[in-house]
Structures are given as C-alpha cells and as structure tokens.
Write a protein that binds this ligand. Structure first.
Ligand SMILES: [Zn+2]
Ligand SMILES: [Zn+2]
Length: 223
C-alpha cells in the first residue's frame, strides 16, 4: 500500500479506511462473480464451501445480473438439496438452516475483508508516523469510530492519540451542527442555500457511527 493511495483516501468525504475497503470489496465481488459465471471448478468450490455468509450473499447478488446469480448458484442449490436429503446429515429438520447457512468463519469474503482491514490499519500506522502525513490526516474527514479505535489500539504515542481523538470529537460536533442546519433549511424551504457540508452531513454522520455499509458485517466477530 503506497503513501500516494493513502493520501488519496484522505481526500474522500468518508472514512479513508472504509473507502479503501469498499473499493477492494467491489473488486473482489466483481472478480468472484466473473469466476462463478465462467468456471465450473469455481462453482463447485463455492458450493463445497457452502457459499458466503447471508450478508455477503446479498452483496454479491448486487454485483451480479439475474443470469449471473442463476449460473453461479445452481451448483450450491443442488449440493445443499443433496445434503438435506441425506438422512442423519442435519439432524432434526428445524435445525437444518443453521447447520447449512455459512457464517463468518466459512465465508471467503468475511476472511478477505478481515485481512484487508488488518493490512490497511497496519499500513495506516506506518503512514501516520510521518509528520506531514499526520498533518494531512488532521485536515481530512477522519476515520469512522470503528477504524479510529483500531488505529488507536496500535498507537503508542500518547500526544498523537489525543490529537486523533480530539479530531474525531471536532468532526462529530461539526457534522451534528451541519445536520441541524440541513434540517432547518429544508424546513424553511431554503434548499438552495444548503452548503456542501450540510448536504452530505447525514451520510457522513452515519459513516462516522457505523462505517461504510460494505465494511460493517454483523456476522463477523469483533464488529
Ligand atoms: Zn471506517
Ligand atoms: Zn461474509
């Protein structure tokens, strides 16, 4: 991961780590979908793994056409049907779905996301060691709370830690104030007077609280 990429990530109106992971995930899903469309081996491997966790199954579907989903998933349907039909495989019928549905441990996208996130946070620590990079960060929109806590965990310098936390407090306050002004201007039918900061405050606020949608996963431990 180069400094140039991180410098670019700092310029987005979102959490730099989330932004990076969102891009990596989009690439991963596009590649996986292509693979499932093209390759019989990939489809059978996907079926053997039990597919993805529920959240990532839906996210993959968003990157696929109806035909792509159909082509990529016929094998796993067959495989699961066979398993359910085998006596003694899943015990009582009522337990079947929890036995067959993939969790974070068996989901390759969960593993990919976890590894990529750890790699990015590690690289971010190195990036922040340079004074000019650190100051660039202080001018950015800042990390979401989840990624901030991950960065703080590995940071030894107390002064820098405090500055990062103070910045997050400032950003939260700013976004909150922009949210109020946004609400007021909409109420007063002054949409034309909205500033850029007011317009996307609702989105930036949600990112601060919860991270970008693609990065949050209720099935992944430690979220
Ligand atoms: Zn984030
Ligand atoms: Zn998953």
């Amino acid at each position: 991961m180069t400094e140039t990429i991180m410098m670019h990530d700092l310029r987005v109106r979102s959490c730099p780590a989330c932004h990076h992971l969102e891009q990596r995930m989009a690439g991963y899903f596009a590649e996986l979908q292509g693979l499932l469309s093209r390759s019989e081996d990939a489809r059978s491997e996907y079926a053997d793994e039990g597919g993805l966790c529920p959240l990532h199954t839906w996210q993959l579907a968003q990157f696929s056409s109806p035909r792509g989903i159909a082509r990529g998933h016929a094998a796993i349907m067959r495989k699961l049907a066979d398993r359910l039909a085998r006596p003694g495989e899943t015990g009582v019928a009522g337990e079947a779905s929890s036995v067959l549905q993939n969790g974070a441990d068996g989901c390759r996208v969960c593993r990919f996301l976890k590894d990529e996130e750890a790699r990015y946070i590690g690289a971010f620590h190195v990036f922040l060691e340079h004074v000019e990079n650190f100051e660039s960060y202080m001018r950015s929109h800042g990390l979401c709370l989840r990624h901030l806590s991950q960065v703080l965990d590995g940071l030894l310098d107390k002064v820098r830690k405090e500055r990062l936390v103070r910045l997050a407090a400032e950003r939260l306050r700013e976004i909150g104030e922009n949210m109020i002004r946004y609400d007021q201007k909409i109420e007063e039918l002054k949409r034309g007077q909205l500033t850029r900061d007011e317009k996307d405050a609702y989105r930036r606020g949600i990112v601060m609280l919860a991270g970008e949608r693609v990065v949050f996963n209720p099935f992944l431990k430690g979220n």
